[in-house]
Design a protein around this ligand. Structure first.
Ligand SMILES: [Zn+2]
Length: 228
């Protein structure tokens, strides 16, 4: 009888151990981040401003880690918060798709050229095509995606980058909750003149916990927050 009790206790301990391991592996990184700051730690590099007037330094080389979709990378030091956010939403039954995360300069150049080619074939001059295309696609060096801190996150049921994205439960949840994980909606409606970018309900940017809370509470953009 005593032996049986000991056996059951051991079995329970083994099962508990196994569950802890499998839960922690819910969002495994392909390459584990190293030396990443702990969650909530402030880091000025999370506040880097990148836009038309503020291109990234040419030698910016973020330490990246793969997402478990095997398709996208983000800066290693935001991985933990990103995973926590997507896990929390997924546990509420939401189905997210990361449409885009880190892009390098060459990739960004290619995206812009693709957009301009479409506009050129519709009759736009090269200058007009550039102006029109850069309303939503930044010139190389000027896209936040090159920081590794920005992601386009969409709903599995609507994977188009369009305003109707804001009607999906996934987007509603992200806009309400992203600040708790250090993210902000980077290009809000009504702030186009400040950000220089059309409203993009799908584009989220990591700025760290304290800044995300303040920016969201005060209804600011990153430009306004940094200019104060
Ligand atoms: Zn984006």
């Amino acid at each position: 009888m005593k032996k049986m009790g000991l056996f059951l206790l051991l079995a329970a301990l083994l099962l508990a151990g196994f569950r802890a391991v499998s839960e922690s592996a819910a969002f495994p990184a392909v390459s584990q981040p190293t030396a990443s700051p702990s969650r909530g730690q402030s880091d000025d590099s999370f506040l880097i401003l990148v836009n038309r007037d503020n291109p990234l330094p040419e030698d910016y080389a973020p330490q990246l880690t793969w997402l478990n979709n095997g398709l996208n990378c983000v800066r290693a030091d935001i991985y933990e918060d990103l995973s926590a956010m997507l896990t929390a939403g997924t546990e509420e039954g939401l189905r997210f798709v990361v449409a885009s995360a880190y892009r390098d300069r060459e990739y960004q150049q290619g995206l812009l050229e693709e957009d301009m080619a479409i506009l050129a074939s519709a009759g736009f001059s090269r200058d007009e095509a550039y102006r029109e295309a850069t309303r939503t696609t930044m010139p190389p060096g000027c896209s936040e995606h090159e920081t590794g801190l920005a992601l386009d996150i969409v709903s599995l049921d609507n994977q188009r980058l369009e305003e109707a994205q804001e009607e999906t439960p996934e987007n509603i949840w992200l806009r309400e909750n992203c600040w708790k994980y250090g993210f902000i909606l980077r290009y809000p409606r009504g702030k186009e003149a400040i950000t220089g970018i059309d409203y993009e309900p799908w584009h989220f940017r990591y700025v760290g916990h304290a800044a995300a809370e303040e920016i969201t509470r005060l209804g600011l953009t990153l430009e306004e927050y940094l200019a104060r």
